[in-house]
Each structure stands twice: as C-alpha cells, then as structure tokens.
Design a protein around this ligand. Structure first.
Ligand SMILES: Cc1cc2nc3c(=O)[nH]c(=O)nc-3n(C[C@H](O)[C@H](O)[C@H](O)COP(=O)(O)OP(=O)(O)OC[C@H]3O[C@@H](n4cnc5c(N)ncnc54)[C@H](O)[C@@H]3O)c2cc1C
Ligand code: SF4
Ligand code: SF4
Length: 1006
C-alpha cells in the first residue's frame, strides 16, 4: 500500500459522461470520477469531497437498475484496482475478497475446492461482490441460498469521518470492552463507530421501535427484501428491552448489505461458501393454460423441495419463436402455453432425481393447474435457462422508443399472496393501459414486471410515475417489498415512506444521519431521494443534435433498415435516417455485458478486457455518442472514445441489444472527416489496396522499400505505424494471374460440379497470392470449376477506417459487376472473412436505395469458404474419402467478424468432418488484437499485443508444446490474425484451406 495518497480526480467530460448512467433510466453528470488504489486514496477522496461540498458514490460493475450509482457526486470506481481474491479458506469455507472481484470469477477460482459463493444475479459474469453486497443481490436459487446478506460474514471499510473499521459479529461484551460499560446509555459518543453501535442497541432495547419494526417491515415469510435499511436484521441478535446488560451480539454487515453505498465505503469482504450443488440436475417444465394457474402451481411445486422455480410467460416464449439462435432451445416447450412453471430439482443420483420428479409431476397434474409436464436433464438444463435469458435479451433489444421499462421490475410478495396480488395488478395495468411482460423467481414471490413505456413522451413519463405509485400501494397491501433484489436507488426511494409509514421511515433517515451526518456517501438514495421521474435518461420530445454536432444532414448507412420503428412522426428522408441512427445508439441500456473479462470469455469488448477501463467499453462509447448527439458538447470526445474500438463486431453479436459499434464508429468518423479532413494515416490505410496495385507494377522496388529498415522505418514513422511491425510485401504474381494460369490447364468439362466464383480479396490477391491459388486448386481437385469474376476490392479497410465515401464506391461497383452473375448455384466464395462478409453485412445498407435489393440478393450468395464447403458436404458433393487420414491436432482461432456473423463452428465442423483422425480444438479466444490496421498503429501496438496475450498467444504456445506428442497445426482464416500470431509468438499459423489442400488426395475424381 502507498504511504500517502496521490489519487487522481478526473473531471474531464469524457469520464463524466461515461459515468453519468448505469443500467437504469437515470442520467446525471457527476462531479468527477476516481479510481482509488488504497484505503488512503479513499480517505483522501473523502477529504476532497468534503472540501468541495460534494460526496462519494461507490461503484463496482455499474449494473444497477435503480440508479444506485448515478448522482452528482464523485463516482468512485473500485472495479479497476480492487479486484483481487485475498484469501480462500476451503477448510473453514470462506473467502476474503476485494469488493471489485466479479462474482463468476470468484466461483471459477473456487471450483477446484468444490465450493462456491452461492448468491447469484443474471449479471453475475460482470457484477462485483461489492455491488452485490451494496444491493443485497440474489437470483434464481435464492430459495435455497438466500441473498448476499446471508453470506457476508465480515467486511472492512471507511466510515464517513475517514475512520477505518472492521465489521463482523461482535458480542456486546466485546463492544463494551472497547467503548465502556453500557456505552449506549452515554449522552455523547467520542467516536463515530461507537455512536453507530449505540444507536442500534438502543433501537433493540426500545419497545416502541421494536413494535414499529415488527408491524411495518415486510412479511417475515418473504425471503427477498432489498427495500430500505434492514434495521430488523441487524438488531435481531440483540436482546429486547429490558436488556439483561451485555447479552447478544451484532454484525453491522447485516445492515450494510443492501445499504447501497450510503453508509460506508467497503474495502474488503469475507463471504461464506457453499459446497457445489449435487451433480444431477433436471427441470420439470409445467405448462399452464392461464398465467394465474402458474401462481397456484408454484405453491404445489414448493412442497417438493426444489432448488428453484422460475416463471416465463407466453409473451416471452413468443418472442423467442423464429429466433434462429433460440429455436434449438425451445425443444421442451409444447405448443403455446400461457405460462411455463420451471421447477429445478437436484440430487446425487439420477434415480433419486426421477423419484422426486415423479412425485412433483403427479401433484402438479393432479392439481389441475398444469396440463402438461416436460422434463429436461443435465447439460440441457442450461438451454432452458438460456431460452429464458434470451427472451429477456430480445426484450431488452426491443427497437423503438417504447421499451420494456425497469420501474416495477423487482416486486416480491409472499408466494401465498401472489395470485391475489397479480389479479389486482393486472386489473390496475389494464386500467392504466399498460402492456406488461412477466418473468422471474416465482418460488420466492419475486416477479420481474416490465411495462412497455415510451419515456420520451409526456404520457409515457406519467405512466411511469402512475404505475410505480399504484404498484407500491398494492405491494404494501400484501406486505411485500417493492425491491426483492435490485435495490431502491433513486427509483423506489420515493415510496419507502408510504410503504413503511412515517415513523419507520424516520428511523431509516436517522440511521443514515448517524452513519453519515454530513452526507458524504451516495446521497439521495434509499432515503431523501429525488422524485422518481427526475434526471431521466430521456427528455420529453427529445431532440437530436446530430446535424449540429456532426455538421451533416445525411447518413452514409441506411439505418432505417434495422430501426425504422424509431423514426419520429413526421421525420422523412435524411431526418428519419438520423433518428434511426440515434435509436441504434439508444439500444444500449447499460446492462454491462461489454464488461466481461477474458476469464469469462467472448470477444466483447477487447480493449476493455485488457485494461478493465470503463472508457473502453461499448457502453461508454454508446453513452458518449448518446450524450453528444442529443445534448451537444465537444464532438472530439466522440472521436476519443471511439479510438480504442477495434471494429471487431464483437458487440454486434454478443451485446444482447446488438449495439453495432463497428458500424456506428464508421458512420461517425466519416462525418468527422467531412468536417475536419481525413487524417493521413486513415486516408492511406483505406487506399492500401490501391497503393499496392500501383506498387505491383514496380514490385521489386516496392518490396525493397517496404522491407529495407531505413525506408520502411521512415514510412512507418510518417504514418505512425509501430516500428515493430512489418509492412506486408507483395507476391510475385497476383492471385488473379495464378488462378487464371491454373485454369488454362483444364477444360470446363474436366469438372463434375458447377462453377464457383472466387473472390480475390485485396489481402490475398497481392499479399498472399499463393494462398488464393491453393484455394482454387483445392476446389478444382474436389471437382469444381472456378473463376475469378471481374470485381474491385471489398472496401473493408475503408470501412474500418471510417472512409465510407470510398467504401460506398467499392460497394456500388461490386454490386453492379456481380449482382447478375452470382447466384445460389454459382456463389461467390471468399477466404478472408472480413472481406467476403462485407457483402452481406455492410453492402446492403451502404449502396444507394435503388440498389439495396440487388445488394441483399448478392449478399445471400456470398459465402465464406467454410459455409460453402459445409453446404457441399451436406449435399454429398464432398466427402472425407477425398482426404488422407492423419493423426493431428488442429488449433483453430476464428476471425472476429466470422465469429460475429457466421460463427467459428462451421470451420471446426468442416475440418473435423473431412480430416479423419484430426482433432479440432477451437481456441476460446476473442479478437486477436490486430483488427486490420489497429495493431499496426503506434499508439495501439501495446494494447494489440496485450489482447493477443490474454488467451490466443498462450494457447498457441501450448499447442506447439504439445506437438511433440501429436503433430499440431495452428489454423486461422484471418490474414491479420496469422500476422498477429507470428508477431506475438513466432509461430506460423496457416489458413484452414491450406491444411485441407495438403490432405486432399490427388486422385479425387473430378
Ligand atoms: C439485465 C440485468 C439483470 C439483473 N439481474 C439481477 C438479479 O438477478 N439479481 C440481482 O440481485 N440483481 C440483478 N441486477 C442488478 C445488478 O446487476 C445487481 O444488483 C448487481 O449485484 C450489482 O453489482 P455491480 O457490481 O454492478 O454494482 P454497482 O451497480 O456498481 O453498485 C451496486 C451498489 O453497491 C454499492 N457499492 C458498490 N461497491 C461498493 C463499495 N466498495 N462500498 C460500498 N458500496 C458499494 C453502490 O454504491 C451501489 O449502491 C440485474 C441488472 C441487470 C442490468
Ligand atoms: S453496449 Fe450492449 S452489452 Fe454494453 S452495456 Fe450497452 S447494451 Fe449492454
Ligand atoms: S466493435 Fe469490438 S472493440 Fe468496438 S465496441 Fe464492439 S466489441 Fe468493442
């Protein structure tokens, strides 16, 4: 730890905008942002905040839904530096962690001990233990494991006066030893911590207070409660009045859980651990013909000791229909039930499991509440939960201004009241004219109710308030909690007084005042909150300032293709395109999937993974875009926040709302260049293929200049490329020339299959022409006639650099040259994923409106090599008999555009099916880090290598190490990926078609 603090306070606009929201509907620009590293830093921040009349907002993953981490103070992000697991004690079953440790990462570390931290959230792969403690989080299995409050045994933290405290279970005797006999009776207290204990002990001793708590706190049967301060929980261990002196004990962690960073700044947490659950798992999926029956059915299922019961309503099930990804996960749904009651059972053996399931099914069917049960076992259970989550994803990604709103999404009532509560709730929402979707943890009475609301209208904001108020009144009637797991933040605080009554609410205010008399921690949360509808993310009649900020009146992409629903009434032409563009930005709801680390996996978002810096998330980019393009501001911030985006398309497929930052980045950069000019480097990279084409005429000279240290050094310096990268040299002949020559050797009648068009992409054509020839030869050997049609470059480099005017020209030209030629029978096949996939992904939205249909049709017939080969294998035209059997390990790294648009499994399948004896290992890497020119750029070089070093490079090194047992080959279809692997590990990776060609028998009958 540092001796003295030199913590930096960031007050620049970029930080402030990125930290102005969480996953809620609120937005407030904070005073500043800080990333403390030590306890002294936090104390220093407290001092600074006091001096500047502001406060600290502790923040972890920032995935809160109720606006807990949105405010005017200094947002203190502990996820960057406080993310270490300090100690695991498997024998005693506890772990001591820093508050920024991600929940799932802790459990990955615990797996080897057969233990886990049992509270969970749907965000568990990026939310942190500190945030879970702050919100008293829990999830699907709370029926068995309770909430975070039940598992935090001790914590350390800084109090509002800067003192450092350890919170754990203390016997009153121990406290008396420290503060003096009956210290709670003293008129004044020397230290803040003494005052805190005295207040709570006095509450326990005071009959009136005890009665207030008894009468006004939610039903004791309720297992989930994150509403208000848990005074009842913290004083539970104390003897009520008249106190027999020093009996009982108190653990402040019980109160700190769910206190949302309003009482203390937590720096260390000790949690107890559970043994991993029994290995056999199944779910019984009860089909109901009315939603109401599922509430009653829940009471029946609860008798059978399930580990979880979840509800999915018919609407969510409908949403998952027709979704290519989710069709395979619907196998257990029979017909169109109004609701599914999914009961999870666990046991040590399959027999025991079946016995439990038989009894459960019998009771459910006999009750007449369920008309059919289906069973799902083992690994397939994850598909059931995936379907539920996907429904939510689709819901979250609902396009248009009306969204399924998080406002009453967290109510919980005791299960016995659910049916009555929901009847009244439905009548109320019908009266208010609100459409609501239902899902949730029904076993504990928690339902996530999401009304569809357009917050940009006056009526929408009114509905937002009305539905929150009326739901709170209903919850009070059924002794429930308006927050079962998500917390109060600024969303629910307004209703706590009504729910708990004036006097109990005052007790809560007194608690806050005692701990934090000067308002140093997360003010206006839980108590004394601002009105529910203040500081909303969207304004009524929201106006976009795109034209002013970007100085433009048109867009380059056709944003309406995906976001037509968002067009404001009356907006036509270019205006409606601008609306649609903004809608695409507003798809980001802040849920933070783009904060997953490399330990969790996936591609999204590489620059964040390597830095753990919020500014490098897709969320930050979307936040800055939304802010500047709606409220105006310094437009250079947009460029700055986009600088770390690799345009890898990870977000396009992995962000549940499909925020497509690659496309947004290209669009915004082109407008920026229109206004300020295109930087030299972007200009040259976008035209690299054209430069190479010129260089090809003087190839020896070009290659000499590119490879000679002095000249290449000067070039790299001039365009700010890293001196450590090589400028690619040119092949002796182009792919076009080589394939033409090869073709001359054969007659069309030599081939038994139809003609295939090859795309001589700009990288393969001049830099790796031999590879292009290899592909042509492979296809010819397999009996396909090949031809490279007349076409121009794909424009991938231009798209990546934001030079859309140029890319548009390439797209138009290619569509005009190829649209009439390329058909389903004669597809255009490419081997460089980023180039051929541009035809499908970007061209249809880049070309002029009159060419869009043509571009779409062309795109459908443009295939990546693996898609084509798999299609032909399935048609019986290619078989493993054409390939030599061999024992080898193939280590496959997929290109990130391929992963986002097609998936890497097709390449794996082709290799596995055709190469008998080969074992294909898909490297669980995300982006390689090179991403076109990104890794070449001086300022990105280190980041680029660090991204490769996360998973890809170690996997490649391991593969090579293992090759002394079985021959190992590293395969990667992307040219940048192969270069990155070479630069990062010294290993030469090859394109998958090279290994296929090597193994392809010469004797294949053409
Ligand atoms: C799609 C989605 C699904 C969700 N599902 C669930 C669910 O199933 N169950 C559930 O419980 N929640 C759920 N949530 C809400 C949220 O993800 C969880 O409550 C989560 O635990 C918050 O963790 P975080 O790391 O993001 O914390 P943050 O949002 O950063 O902070 C949460 C609270 O903890 C406080 N805090 C953080 N660190 C400290 C510290 N060091 N000292 C003091 N206070 C601190 C903050 O001030 C804040 O009040 C969901 C959210 C989304 C967007
Ligand atoms: S960009 Fe996508 S993944 Fe990231 S916070 Fe926004 S919606 Fe979530
Ligand atoms: S394109 Fe890649 S780097 Fe850019 S925001 Fe999306 S995931 Fe992150």
């Amino acid at each position: 730890m540092k001796e003295t603090s030199s913590v930096k306070l960031f007050t620049d606009s970029l930080h402030k905008i990125a930290y102005a929201t969480d996953a809620s509907v609120y937005r407030e620009i904070p005073y500043g942002v800080a990333f403390p590293e030590t306890v002294e830093d936090i104390q220093e921040l407290l001092r600074v905040a006091r001096e500047r009349h502001t406060h600290l907002i502790p923040r972890a993953g920032g995935t809160s839904i109720a606006g807990q981490v949105v405010g005017s103070g200094i947002v203190v992000d502990i996820s960057k530096h406080w993310n270490h697991i300090l100690e695991i004690n498997p024998k005693e079953g506890w772990a001591r962690v820093e508050p920024g440790v991600v929940r799932d990462e802790l459990n990955i570390a615990l797996k080897e001990y057969g233990l886990f931290f049992s509270p969970e959230t749907s965000t568990s792969n990026r939310c942190c233990i500190g945030g879970m403690f702050g919100n008293n989080s829990c999830g699907t299995h709370s029926l068995v494991y309770g909430s975070t409050r039940h598992h935090v045994v001790a914590a350390k933290g800084v109090l509002s006066d800067g003192s450092v405290e350890e919170f754990r279970n203390y016997r009153i005797e121990e406290l008396e030893e420290r503060f003096g006999e009956k210290f709670w009776e003293k008129a004044s207290h020397e230290r803040l911590i003494e005052k805190i204990y005295a207040q709570l002990i006095n509450y326990a001793h005071d009959e009136k207070t005890a009665k207030l708590i008894e009468e006004h706190y939610p039903d004791k049967e309720l297992r989930r409660r994150s509403c208000g301060y848990a005074i009842d929980e913290v004083i539970k261990g104390l003897t009520p009045s008249p106190s027999p002196n020093s009996e009982g004990s108190i653990n402040l962690c019980k109160l700190l859980a769910g206190s949302e960073g309003t009482l203390a700044f937590i720096t260390e947490i000790t949690v107890d651990l559970d043994p991993l659950p029994p290995k056999e798992i199944m779910v019984v999926c009860g089909h109901c013909d009315t939603l109401d029956k599922s509430f009653e059915g829940n009471l029946v299922a609860l008798q059978h000791h399930p580990t979880a019961i979840e509800l999915m309503d018919g609407d969510i099930l409908e949403l998952s229909k027709g979704n290519a990804e989710q069709e395979k996960n619907r196998f257990f749904v029979d017909g169109s039930p109004a609701a599914l009651l999914i009961t999870e059972l666990r046991a040590e053996s399959r027999d025991e499991l079946d016995e439990k399931a038989d009894a459960l099914e019998r009771d459910l069917l006999q009750s007449g509440l369920i008309y059919k049960c289906t069973r799902v076992y083992g690994a397939d259970v994850s598909k059931v939960w995936a379907l539920r989550k996907a429904g939510l994803g689709i819901l979250g990604g609902m396009k248009g201004d009306a969204k399924p709103m998080g406002v009453i999404e967290d109510t919980a009532v005791a299960p016995k009241y659910m049916s009555a509560y929901m009847k009244e709730f439905q009548a109320m929402t019908r009266r208010l004219g609100a459409n609501v979707v239902y899902y949730g943890h029904i076993s504990t009475g928690e339902l996530h109710l999401r009304p569809i609301i357009n917050l940009k209208t006056k009526e929408g904001q009114q509905l937002f308030r009305n539905i929150a108020t009326e739901t709170a009144m209903l919850v009070k009637k059924y002794h429930g909690s308006i927050s079962g797991e998500h917390g109060d933040g600024r969303l629910r605080g307004e209703f706590i007084k009504m729910l708990y009554g004036d006097e109990t609410y005052q007790l809560m205010r007194d608690v806050k005042h005692c701990w934090d008399p000067d308002g140093m921690f997360n003010v206006h949360k839980i108590v004394d909150t601002l009105p529910i509808d203040s500081m909303l993310r969207f304004d009524i009649g929201q106006v976009y300032e795109i034209e002013r900020e970007l100085g433009t009146d048109h867009t380059y992409f056709n944003w309406k293709a995906d976001f037509d629903e968002c067009t404001a009434p009356g907006a036509t032409g270019a205006k409606s395109q601008m609306n649609a563009l903004m809608c695409s930005v507003e798809q980001c709801n802040g849920a933070g999937d783009c904060r997953k680390s490399n330990i969790i996996g996936g591609t999204l978002c590489p620059a964040y993974k390597v830095s753990r810096d919020e500014l490098k998330t897709t969320r930050a980019r979307a936040n800055v875009l939304r802010e500047i393009l709606t409220r105006g501001g310094d437009e250079s911030l947009v460029k700055e926040v986009l600088d770390s985006c690799l345009a890898c398309k990870g977000c396009r497929s992995e962000c549940p709302s499909n925020v497509d930052m690659t496309r947004l980045r290209a669009e915004v950069l082109q407008h920026y260049y229109d206004k300020h000019g295109t930087p030299l480097r972007s200009y040259l990279v976008a035209r690299m293929a054209q430069i190479e084409q010129l260089g090809f005429a003087i190839r020896p000279l070009y290659n000499a200049v590119a490879s000679w240290n002095l000249s290449s050094g000067l070039i790299k310096k001039a365009i700010r490329f890293s001196s450590k990268r090589q400028i690619p040299s040119l092949s002796r002949y182009s792919m076009r020339q080589l394939v033409y020559k090869e073709n001359c050797k054969f007659q069309a009648s030599n081939f038994k299959h139809k003609k295939v068009f090859l795309f001589a992409d700009e990288f393969t054509n001049l830099q790796e022409a031999e590879l292009g020839l290899t592909f042509a030869r492979l296809l010819m050997r397999l009996g396909y006639q090949v031809e490279i049609p007349k076409h121009v470059e794909s424009g991938r480099a231009a798209i990546s650099k934001g030079c859309l005017k140029l890319a548009k020209k390439f797209a138009e030209k290619n569509v005009s040259l190829l649209a009439d030629k390329v058909t389903d029978a004669h597809p255009l096949v490419g081997i460089e994923p980023s180039c051929i996939l541009s035809f499908r992904d970007e061209y249809p939205d880049l070309v002029a409106p009159e060419n869009r249909d043509k571009a779409k049709a062309l795109g459908r017939n443009c295939l990546l090599y693996d898609e084509f080969l798999l299609r032909e294998i399935q048609a019986g035209n290619i078989s493993p008999d054409y390939f030599e059997k061999t024992e080898m390990d193939l280590w496959l790294h997929g290109h990130c555009h391929q992963k986002a648009l097609v998936g890497v499994d097709k390449t794996a399948k082709v290799l596995q099916q055709l190469l008998t004896g080969a074992k294909v290992h898909v490297i669980p890497s995300g982006c390689c880090g090179m991403a076109g020119s990104f890794g070449y750029e001086q300022e990105h070089y280190e980041t680029s290598l660090a991204i490769g070093e996360m998973i890809l490079f170690p996997a490649v090194r391991k593969a090579v190490k293992l090759s002394d047992r079985v021959p190992a080959v590293v395969v990667a279809p992307g040219t940048s990926c192969r270069q990155q692997i070479l630069d990062g590990t010294g290993v030469k990776a090859i394109h998958p078609i090279e290994i296929l060609y090597r193994q392809c028998l010469r004797s294949v009958p053409r």
